[in-house]
Design a binder for this molecule. Structure first.
Ligand SMILES: Nc1ncnc2c1ncn2[C@@H]1O[C@H](COP(=O)(O)OP(=O)(O)OP(=O)(O)O)[C@@H](O)[C@H]1O
Ligand SMILES: [Mg+2]
Length: 479
């Protein structure tokens, strides 16, 4: 089994195919040889029986035995000899045996006539018991002979048997024919095997060639060359389909790696901005600005703002990484009206003095993580507040859609242009909108909201028109 495992797929398939081919061709060859042998034998035995039948019938009539009903009739050796003699020819010899199985007449007279084999007791007993078609093979002086036993009866249907005729004929001619046939069969089998095995190996090699190409591509990809693709021929076999799926998978992987690289680069850039600001402020302080109270206050304020920005960035990055694992989503039944009653206080703190409306929807229970739901709403609300004038209202509400609940946050602010709309969910993407209230963002709010919604089995979408306002809605499964 171990040696088998060590073989390549090509060698395994080739070996299996060769064994099967040899086995089936040899089996068919042997069967055909045996079949022809049987055909010759049965043909020869039918011929002998057909030749013997009229001779025996005439002999019975000539000797008044055809109608004899004497149960103690004994065969006369002279009469039996005539019968044996009539049945003997150049290639066939007949002997006559009595009811006890003793030879009473042998038809061989001339030296060129074949010798009769010694009767086989087992077969003789069967013929004396009344079996008509006893045929077997034997040997005389090392030569193969076919032996036929014919019970002697007054009438063909009579149960009375007063002797047995043994006819034997040499099989040397049949053997010779079969030897030539066998030699031809062996050469044919050898040709079939050579051609079959050659074609089989060629076919296996050709079929596995694409797999080899796939293997080389996998090797190159494992070395980091993600732009590598497998060239697919226009076949519809499994290997071509595997190559198509493989290319698709590599395309996705390449896109994922590229977006990860972009993400890390953006994150580093976003971290650099407040850190550079902090270093600048610290350098000024070190150069002696601590003696100037007004400069000191200004720098501290700036540093405080940068540190806050750093903390917010870290919190959002942490939030994104936590969402990678589904075990961080703690879903539970939430009665929306109760949730929003509590949420209103937090939302009002964020909104400051601005007008914020919570439009009560139907009394439903959703299956969601309350912390994540709160974070999503705070993110969307902070966007609405940030990008809409303070005198315009911001509305939060929910409604039932098929099997789900849709929650929305809408404002009547600047809205988004087509480009912002198409990239809004990308991490670190920030549109050209001017910040109306609060600090400039990082560009993670919407992508974080999207990840949080999807982690709970929902979907998020934006409807926005420049100058008119924006509505961000997301769905959550009903409990
Ligand atoms: N309600 C809105 N109205 C108009 N534009 C919006 C609105 N919400 C988001 N945008 C646009 O989409 C961009 C991406 O929003 P996102 O919330 O991801 O980032 P951000 O608000 O800039 O920063 P962060 O949320 O990380 O503090 C924003 O920069 C803004 O241009
Ligand atoms: Mg935001």
């Amino acid at each position: 089994m171990r040696a088998w495992d060590k073989l390549s797929l090509r060698a395994r398939l080739g070996l299996l195919y060769t064994v099967l081919l040899v086995f089936s061709v040899v089996l068919v060859g042997c069967y055909s040889y045996w079949n022809i042998w049987q055909l010759f034998i049965s043909n020869k035995s039918s011929q002998l029986r057909a030749r013997a039948k009229p001779i025996i019938e005439h002999w019975l009539i000539d000797n008044d035995l055809a109608n004899s009903d004497n149960p103690h009739l004994k065969l006369n050796p002279q009469k039996a000899f005539i019968l044996a003699r009539d049945l003997t020819s150049r290639d066939t010899v007949a002997i006559v045996l009595n009811q006890k199985g003793d030879i009473i007449a042998n038809g061989k007279r001339l030296p060129e006539e074949p010798e009769a084999p010694t009767p086989d007791k087992h077969y003789l007993r069967r013929a004396l018991a009344g079996e008509n078609e006893v045929t077997y093979r034997s040997q005389v002086n090392g030569k193969p002979v076919l032996v036929l036993l014919i019970p002697l009866r007054p009438q063909p249907a009579s149960p009375r048997i007063f002797g047995v005729i043994q006819m034997s004929t040499l099989l040397t001619d049949i053997r010779e024919i079969l030897f030539h046939h066998g030699a031809m069969l062996v050469s044919l089998v050898a040709i079939i095997l050579i051609l079959g095995i050659g074609t089989g190996f060629w076919l296996i090699g050709a079929s596995l060639k694409d797999l080899q190409v796939l293997l080389v591509s996998c090797d190159q990809i494992s070395k980091g060359n993600l732009s590598q693709r497998v060239s697919v021929k226009n076949h519809r076999d499994e290997i071509s389909r595997l190559a198509v799926s493989f290319n698709r998978m590599i395309e996705k992987l390449e896109a994922t790696f590229a977006s990860q690289q972009r993400f890390v680069a953006n994150a580093a850039h976003e971290l650099m901005t407040p850190l550079t600001g902090l270093r600048g402020s610290l350098e000024v302080l070190l150069r002696g600005a601590q003696d100037d109270p007004s400069a000191m206050a200004r720098l501290s304020k700036g540093m405080y703002r940068e540190v806050n920005r750093l903390i917010r960035l870290c919190e959002q990055l942490l939030g994104l990484s936590q969402l990678e694992s589904s075990s961080n989503v703690n879903k539970q039944p939430i009665v929306l009206s109760e949730f929003f009653n509590e949420f209103k206080a937090d939302a009002q703190v964020l909104a400051g003095g601005r007008s914020l409306t919570i439009q009560q929807g139907p009394c439903v229970k959703v299956s969601a993580d309350p912390d994540l739901l709160k974070q999503i709403l705070l993110n969307l609300l902070s966007n609405a507040l940030r990008y809409s004038p303070s005198e315009t209202p911001v509305v939060i509400g929910w409604k039932l859609v098929v099997g789900e609940v849709e929650i929305w946050v809408s404002d009547q602010g600047q809205g988004m242009d087509a480009e912002t709309l198409s990239h809004a969910f990308e991490p670190f993407y920030q549109g050209k909108n001017t910040v109306v209230s609060g600090d400039k963002g990082i560009g993670l709010g919407l992508s974080l909201a999207k990840s949080m919604v999807e982690a709970q089995g929902g979907m998020i979408r934006i409807e926005s028109e420049p100058g008119k306002g924006t509505t961000v809605s997301f769905t959550l499964p009903l409990k």
